[in-house]
Every structure is written in structure tokens, then in C-alpha cells.
Design a protein around this ligand. Sequence first.
Ligand SMILES: [Fe+2]
Ligand SMILES: [Fe+2]
Length: 185
Amino acid sequence: MTVNTSIAARILRVNHGGEHGAIFIYSTQIAVARWRAPDLIPFLKEALDHEQAHKARFRSLMPAREAKPCRLMWIWAGGGALLGLVTGLLGREAILACTEAVERTVHGHLTDQCRWARGRDPELLHAISQVQAEEEAHIAYAVNTRLGHGQAWLASLIGGVTEGLIWVSTRGDSRRLAGELAHLA
Ligand SMILES: [Fe+2]
Ligand SMILES: [Fe+2]
């Protein structure tokens, strides 16, 4: 393989962990939304299906790039479940603020990764681009479905918590990786 396996491996590890976290966010929200926001259930279930497919897709690209799943998957799971539980209990608008904030954070990382993968790893680029299109649809749903302008303070809090979780579970590698991707692009 001629691609830079170490960067591709790090991209896959953080993305695979992130999808694991997203699965826990949506699963927990589905459980709570049954009585807090039943109208959101079809969307949450569809998004959960997407996140499961994204996780499997990134996992399937790992062996050829000598990537291994993150050792701290429980942080992704626990952080995701906590975010899903708190926002689910806060109700409909908080669930939508969470979707928008988390997906926007992810989107930024994916954009940097696409810039790096272009011309270096076409298979990875294709996978990330397809995943990113579905994450964009999740953002669009949240923005179009919320009432009013959304809860900006909650969205920025959740965005910060998400970045923090990504940073902790990669033990700082998310920040280094972002810096390297910007430098290499
Ligand atoms: Fe995803
Ligand atoms: Fe998503």
C-alpha cells in the first residue's frame, strides 16, 4: 500500500470511535424520546442505522491500513450515552441542538480528512465523503425541524464537550492529527 498508513490508521481509529459514540447518543435518545419527543423517533432511528453503517464501513477499511480500534471505546460509549441521556431528558429542542452540534463538530474533522485523502487514498476518501453526506443530512434535519433559532448556548456547550471527548479518547491525538492534516494538505 502506497498511502501513508499511519495517518490513514489514525483517521480510521478516531472516526470508528466517533461513530461508536454516535450510536450511543442516538440509542439513548431513542429510549428517552419515547416520552419526551415521540415525533423525533423516526429520524433518530434512521440516524442510528446510518451511524451503525458508518462504523462498520470505517472498521472494514482498517486491516489494509494496519489500523486498530481505539482502546478507549468505553469513553466514546459512555460519553455518547451521557450526552444522549441529558439532551433526551431536556427534551425535543435539546435533542436537535445535540444532533446539530455533534454532527457539525464531526463534519469539520471529516472535511480536513478529505483534504488529506484526496490524491493519497481514494478508497478512504470515497468512504469519508459518503459518510459526510449523511452527516450533512442529519444537520439539515435538526436545523429544519427545531422550533425557532435553537438553543445556541446548549449547542456550543455540546460542541465543546464533543471536542473534549474526542480529545480525551484519542489521548490528544485528535488535536495533533488536525494540526498535521492542515500542515500536509
Ligand atoms: Fe456517522
Ligand atoms: Fe451522524
